[in-house]
Ligand binder design. Structure first.
Ligand code: MN3
Length: 206
């Protein structure tokens, strides 16, 4: 067999230490989330690639609907977690408030930061089962837009750049907050990396 040079997915390192987000997210919670759950999606997407590769080598038919549904789930999980870690910071100097162009865009779209925060919180709270709240950017209209993702891959707007995501799968907060999603969301606002969100926004506008 020829050497396969195709790259696989790998678990990215966190941009801070596991204990860096205490008291808002505990070291134990963050470690399990990253090493078990995020790593699980990396393994899942790579397993899907392996399955396709083997089937192609032997020219075996696959249930493509099932394979790609699974692939979409794991790839979505992998990508969203990679974004999520970069959304968080132990040094939220702005006391939870954005600055710069992202603040202007939020004010323009939502009327105020407080209104945005309320809508985003309600988006996160009302995710049915497991999923994500996200702030994305629409290049067609130059406007920020809310997105409520079910699981990791349902209700996603294709090609819209995600600026800010919040994981509201129970696996993200059960150790720290049991089933109290609202308390977890309150804590999330204390560790948002608005500098990063603004960078992503400015990158998307270019
Ligand atoms: Mn998660």
């Amino acid at each position: 067999m020829e050497k396969n040079n195709n790259k696989f997915y790998s678990l990215p390192e966190l941009p801070y230490k596991y204990g860096a987000l205490v008291p808002f997210i505990s070291e134990k919670q963050l470690r399990i989330h990253h090493q078990k759950h995020h790593a699980g999606y990396v393994a899942g997407i790579n397993a899907s690639f392996e399955k396709l590769k083997k089937a192609r080598e032997k020219n075996i038919d696959l249930d493509m609907k099932s394979v790609l549904k699974n692939q979409s789930f794991h790839l979505g999980g992998y990508l969203l977690h990679s974004l999520f870690w970069n959304n968080l910071t132990p040094t939220n100097d702005e006391k939870g408030k954005p600055n710069g162009n992202i603040l202007l865009a939020i004010n323009n779209e939502f009327g105020s930061f407080e209104r945005f925060q309320k809508e985003f919180t309600q988006t996160a709270l009302s995710v049915e089962g497991s999923g994500w709240a996200a702030l994305a950017y629409c290049k067609c209209t130059n406007r920020p837009i809310l997105m409520q993702i079910e699981k990791h891959n349902v209700n996603v707007y294709p090609s819209f750049k995600i600026l800010l995501v919040l994981d509201v799968w129970e696996h993200a907060y059960y150790i720290d907050y049991k089933n109290d999603r609202e308390k977890y969301i309150e804590a999330f606002w204390k560790v948002v990396n608005w500098k990063k969100v603004n960078e992503r926004f400015e990158g998307a506008m270019r």
